[in-house]
Design a binder for this molecule. Structure first.
Ligand code: NAD
Length: 486
């Protein structure tokens, strides 16, 4: 099997590759070159209807298939992703703008890890039983597949996050209607080919492409789709919750963030400086977990600023296909403009640009691409828009603090609560901070160190529910308690 990318991508429904019923397509653009190189279906409720029919037809077979069958097929999908790593990584980079080395080292490997992890997980998934003493009774709890479920993912980690949802949903015995971001659909389209080759029965996974309004909302509104796992912006999450809640759908919402990186003067400086560029600007700052507000103990502020600026200036922004490019393109023209406007706003709010702040003009192939310098801004208080609203690009702010209490106050001073990283060698201080920072994920003296068994997700406006490990398998199953008196 070769993974060719046709000019017109198609939906994968009931095991067939078919165009959108409306005949409507959206343009697919390589953000590093600004070239249109494919068209992606803009599907609507009619396409979702046939996808749900296909899923309903496949459901009895898949939901009762032995755990070993699901384990074997999901592992086969993981093996095929690994086999096609080079093609998938190139497709991801051309679609998203991230450096090719990053697609290879992180995104595509993680997609196969997701399938392997949940294929294995389902083999060990157990439920509880309770012996009710004095009543001669025993209760046991069933965790059954929900039925047809919807998975909707964003553009920043396209195949990585798409598979993070699909793999547990399938492992738990559900049939899936999945929609990747319309901005980066290519690797999800290719995943359809891989699933077919791996022997996943037709209709078990249906990949439908399109924008949020016509395709995404059709998934949310469909009465036979019983649970929704969504990753994306808080704005879209709010809209989705407003539609799904009155229908009593099970919802998992992984939303935006405005994460603090808290640096105390007593931290391990070489280790912190080694991570700080990645935690601030990794994937062009387009990771929901990136620390976009850096809080630094005042006595170390100037020294930190000096080192951080030196490091940042040494990280070349360039053609994502070249090994030495540490930063690639911003995902789209619209997002490029949004980030540039945020930098302008930061200046209007009184911030000063310590380094970066400008678009990068490259020569040759990438002359028209969307590139932005990694940007550090200082001089802004916690309540301005720049420190309150998610930018989701290569832009961070610096804020000094004097005491642990002030650090905590600044860390918690937004409506978001996704992730935080804390840098100190004082273990008591680190644990006190971890207990009180309002975030679903805390890293101490590290960042984005992932163990797929751990609960993943945010509090406050960063979401509802958790993914990862047993949490994901629990989300994708319906609980039923059975009580027997003997
Ligand atoms: P987005 O909300 O615009 O879109 C995400 C997905 O939802 C896309 O597939 C889109 O088509 C779809 N969508 C949009 N509106 C919809 C609607 N009304 N109904 C149904 N579907 C709809 O987000 P984005 O710009 O693609 O991604 C960036 C955002 O994702 C950032 O806010 C980032 O923080 C967040 N994110 C969060 C996590 C996390 O784990 N918490 C991870 C990655 C990204």
């Amino acid at each position: 099997m070769t993974l060719e990318i046709p000019y017109h991508l198609e939906n994968y429904i009931g095991g067939n590759f078919i165009g959108p019923l409306s005949g409507q397509f959206l343009e697919g653009i390589n953000p590093a070159t600004a070239e249109i190189y494919y068209q992606v279906p803009n599907s609507n409720e009619k396409d979702i209807e046939i996808a749900v029919n296909a899923a309903q037809k496949a459901l009895p077979g898949w939901s009762t298939a032995s755990t070993e069958t699901r384990f074997r097929i999901l592992n086969k999908i993981a093996d095929l992703i690994d086999e096609h790593l080079e093609e998938l990584a190139l497709a991801e980079t051309n679609d998203n703008g991230k450096p090719l080395w990053l697609s290879k080292q992180v995104d595509i490997r993680r997609a196969s890890d997701n399938f392997r992890f949940f294929a294995t997980g389902i083999m060990h998934f157990a439920s509880e039983s309770h012996s009710t003493t004095g009543q001669d009774a025993i209760n046991y709890t069933l965790r059954q597949p929900i039925g047809v479920v919807g998975c909707i993912s964003p553009w920043n980690l396209p195949l990585y996050l798409f598979t993070w949802k699909i793999a547990p949903a399938l492992a738990a015995g559900n049939c899936v209607i999945a929609k990747p971001s319309e901005v980066t659909p290519v690797t999800s389209f290719l995943l359809g080919r891989i699933c077919k080759e791996a022997g996943l029965p037709d209709g078990v996974l249906n990949i439908v492409h399109g924008d949020g309004q016509s395709c995404g909302e059709a998934i949310i509104k469909h009465p036979l789709i019983k649970a929704i796992s969504f990753t994306g912006s808080t704005r879209a999450g709010e809209r989705i919750a407003s539609i799904a809640a009155p229908m009593f759908k099970k919802l998992s919402l992984e939303l935006g963030g405005k994460n603090p990186t808290i640096i105390f003067a007593d931290c391990d400086w070489p280790k912190m400086l080694k991570e700080i560029f990645r935690s601030s600007f990794g994937n062009q700052g387009q990771i929901c977990l990136c620390g976009s507000r850096i809080l630094i103990e005042k006595k170390a502020y100037e020294e930190f600023k000096k080192y951080f600026t030196e490091i940042t200036k040494k990280q070349p922004v360039g053609d994502p296909l070249l090994d030495h490019s540490k930063q690639g393109a911003i995902v789209s023209k619209a997002h490029f403009e949004k980030v540039m406007n945020c930098i302008e706003l930061a200046k209007q709010e009184g911030g000063s640009v310590v380094c970066g702040g400008k678009a990068v003009k490259l020569e040759g192939r990438c002359a028209n691409g969307y590139f932005i310098e990694p940007t550090i801004i200082e001089g802004l208080g916690p309540n301005c828009k720049t420190n309150q609203e998610e930018i989701f690009g290569p832009v961070v702010t610096l804020q000094p603090f004097e005491t642990e209490e002030e650090a905590l106050q600044l860390a918690n001073a937004t409506h978001y609560g996704l992730a935080a990283s804390i840098w100190t060698q004082d273990i008591s201080k680190a644990n006190r901070m971890a207990a009180n920072v309002q975030s679903g994920i805390i890293w101490i003296n590290c960042w984005l160190l992932r163990d797929l068994r751990t609960p993943f997700g945010g509090m406050k406006n960063s979401g509802v529910g958790r993914e990862g490990g047993w949490e994901a398998l629990k989300f994708f199953t319906e609980i039923k308690n059975v009580c027997i008196q003997y």
